[in-house]
Design a protein around this ligand. Sequence first.
Ligand SMILES: Cc1ncc(C[n+]2csc(CCOP(=O)(O)OP(=O)(O)O)c2C)c(N)n1
Length: 373
Amino acid sequence: MAEVPPAVQFLSVEGVFAPNEAAEEYLPYLEELTEQDHRQFYRDMAVTRRFDEECTNLQRQGQMGLWPPSHGQEAAQVGSARAARPQDVIFPSYREHAVALVRGIDIVDVVKVMRGVSMGGWDATDPANGNFRNYCLVIGSQALHATGYATGVKFDGAYATGDAERDIAVMAYFGDGATSQGDVSEAFVFSASGQNPQVFFLQNNHWAISVPVTTQSRTPLYLRAQGFGIPSVQVDGNDVLASYATSRKHLDDARAGGGPQLVEALTYRIGAHTTSDDPTRYQTPEQLAHWVARDPIIRFATYLRGQGADDAFFADVQAEAEDFSADLRRRTLELGAPALSAIFDHAYSEPHPLMDEQKAWLEAYESSLVEGA
Ligand SMILES: Cc1ncc(C[n+]2csc(CCOP(=O)(O)OP(=O)(O)O)c2C)c(N)n1
């Protein structure tokens, strides 16, 4: 493994504001943040943690086929999502529940995907959905989708105009495992060649299901990007301020015409890859304990308490998280099945005679099965 300098960090593991040397150039990005912003970060993380637990329970109760928990990755996701501007376009993988929340997605739409009652979940082109594209279960493929989209932004000249309210950056989220996919390397090549306005946000949660990142890469992952001519930085992904500040800078740079950028957030997947997995078969208790002690939410709570947040604030957030989860549970249990013919509706973006024919056939077949027909 190559020697690397420490990752950008503002908060010590104990939650004390103590920027390290690597964090210095990112300090100005924290200056605009208000106490309200800090509290919002906490709220986003705590609500996500709570509904993520609820979704895990719902899956265990047979309400979903699968759930990929985000426990432990809340700071990486919330910091980067809050750093993006409304006009930025986000391409997630399948674990970005906190990012979905921040961008305004109705989390029940995510549940629908995992329950298998929706092909996509939400209309990604509806501005109400925060330019948050659909979840993607094909590892790394969204890096290429993002690169294609960013190429379009480039052709439209919708960046580097100097208008920060309108210039667009595209952000792609993926994991350490995805960097082993050809798609991600291809995305790096095309994006660097085109000097696209995009940021690759890599959550290194140390595992591609049961394969450790040390098996996947002999070099720190963020250094790979530099081989493609992409400026990159490694940050403490369990420090929400570090995730925010680095994402802000690199999104700003990409939007302003600086070409693609990469942020590698060092974090850890606490628990299972998905509800189909048993992490006790490969994660050591020591490694898990090391990361549990670096819980991003507890760490930021300590920081906020130092800034004057009192018990009433934390109780209020907890109550909001409980309400959110109870509502999510109620609405999940109310989800009906989609019309069988819906499967044809999104195969092509425009009407297609073959789809119409197949849909009509299925409907006729279904109605022939109705008793008495
Ligand atoms: C193209 C492709 N190959 C294999 C899989 C099976 N698979 C699902 S998740 C996963 C590991 C992904 O790890 P990483 O990219 O680090 O993301 P994480 O789940 O840890 O967030 C694999 C190999 C897949 N979904 N798609």
